[in-house]
Design a protein around this ligand. Structure first.
Ligand SMILES: Cc1cc2nc3c(=O)[nH]c(=O)nc-3n(C[C@H](O)[C@H](O)[C@H](O)COP(=O)(O)O)c2cc1C
Length: 419
């Protein structure tokens, strides 16, 4: 590989190379996870500086963050420095993104009310770059109306939020308030550096997404499925959550972690997926059916493992599964319906035909099979068609980026329908 090739490869794999992040670490148990966040941000080629509140230094030492970030850590407003330096202003000017992780209830309150009584909070006020917060606290604190008010104020100020997730908390309780995993926080940071803060345009809306393959049992140990990884649907669910939606993700069997703040309903067969969709539809404003549902299922699955015996062929009678997309699009009242068309050739012709045959509002066409196979891949290239004849193509990119673009296209078309 020539050095030019290497540089180009680095640009493709680390498109944010050289951008600058100030990570503000505040005083919660999850401060130890901020060490991994620094590592992962640097893996993306980003420069990182860490500011800590006084409380944060009680949980993890500044020396650890200095070593991981390769830069001095600032923990106090009045450390001895050259008079002209004014570090909170310099750091604010330097940052392309300020990321607060973990964000305590206390620090969120300061941000929401413009309190600037230490280095980290003053830096936040002095900063004009996008800001991302990853709240982390006990479930009762997170549910408290004061915390919810502060988060709403920050959303109104254009601050992006990732999580919190629901799960095991430091106290041993279980509930919402657990900081999103470092990979999720870094994913959100990278996305903001690429696309800016996407507003809460789905706040107050309920979104239903299906993802992954289905598994149709032939006998207790064998079955029919397909190569869908579920990544596209999971990226769409994560993006919808980041835009403020309440998201239900009906997922076939996949090996992916649940996106933070998303309700996941795990199903196996096409019939189970149809039932889960039926249950979620009445409350949904938008439904995106992204799952690769098996069209056929064994008519009479065996209750015991099928033995090969002396036969050299096995005939399986398959029957059609229910067409979830067509059924949903034909129902009334119904949510705004977006389908997916996975095609091995001529995406435009097949996708537009499916759009009108099934009666959806929009359809996302993508190529499967061949050199640029979307199925199972981390990347995708799509064309989004709407029922008024509009279309937009999005070039091959990671599925998280494609999800951002698909939600952008959905938002534009829904706005067009309202005017
Ligand atoms: C052991 C321990 C764990 C704590 N964990 C959290 C937490 O996860 N989230 C939170 O909001 N506050 C937590 N607190 C309380 C904060 O440390 C406290 O509100 C502090 O004033 C926050 O300061 P800061 O926002 O300047 O970092 C914890 C306190 C202790 C002693």
């Amino acid at each position: 590989m020539t050095s030019a090739d290497q540089a180009e490869a680095a640009c493709v794999t680390r498109p944010n190379e050289g951008q600058k992040v100030v990570l503000v670490v505040t005083g919660g148990i999850a401060a130890y996870k901020a060490c991994t966040i620094v590592r992962r941000l640097r893996d993306h080629g980003l420069q990182v500086r860490v500011a800590m509140t006084a409380a944060a230094t009680r949980f993890v030492g500044p020396v650890t963050f200095a070593a991981l970030s390769g830069h001095e850590v600032i923990t106090s407003m009045f450390e001895a420095r050259a008079a002209e330096e004014i570090p909170h202003v310099r750091w604010a000017e330097w940052a392309d993104l300020v990321c607060v992780a973990p964000a305590t209830a206390d620090f969120l309150a300061k941000m929401a009310h413009g309190v600037a009584d230490d280095f980290a909070s003053t830096l936040y006020l002095a900063n004009a770059a996008p800001t991302l917060v990853a709240p982390a606290m006990e479930d009762d604190m997170y549910r408290h109306p004061a915390v919810q008010r502060n988060l709403a104020t920050l959303a109104g100020d254009g601050v992006a939020t990732i999580g919190p997730a629901s799960g095991a908390l430091a106290s041993g309780r279980t509930g919402p308030g657990r900081m999103s995993e470092p990979e999720e926080v870094v994913g959100a940071a990278v996305r903001i550096l690429k696309h800016g803060v996407v507003g809460h345009d789905l706040a107050g809306q309920r979104v239903l997404i299906t993802a992954g393959p289905t598994y149709e049992a032939l006998d207790p140990v064998r079955g029919f499925t397909n190569r869908s990884s579920g990544r596209m649907g999971y990226s769409l669910a994560r993006e919808a959550r980041l835009r403020g939606a309440d998201v239900t993700l009906v997922s076939g069997p996949v090996a992916l972690p649940a996106p933070a703040g998303v309700e996941v309903v795990a199903v196996k067969s096409a019939a189970e997926m149809a039932t889960a969709v039926d249950a979620a539809v009445p409350a949904s404003d938008v439904a995106i059916l992204c799952a690769a549902v098996c069209d056929f299922t064994p008519h009479d699955p065996a209750e015991r493992k099928i033995k090969k015996g002396h036969s050299d062929r096995l005939e399986v009678q398959m029957v059609r599964t229910r067409d979830i997309l067509a059924g949903l699009a034909a129902s009334s009242p119904r949510p705004f319906v977006v389908g997916f068309a996975a095609e091995t050739e001529d995406v435009r012709a097949h996708a537009t035909e499916k759009l009108s045959r099934k009666g959806c509002d929009m359809i996302v066409g993508n190529l499967v099979g061949g050199d640029t196979d979307a199925m199972g891949s981390t990347d995708n290239a799509v064309i989004v068609f709407d029922r008024n004849g509009g279309e937009t193509a999005f070039a091959r990119a990671p599925k998280d980026d494609i999800a951002t673009q698909i939600w952008g296209a959905i938002g534009r078309f829904r706005a067009q329908l309202e005017t």
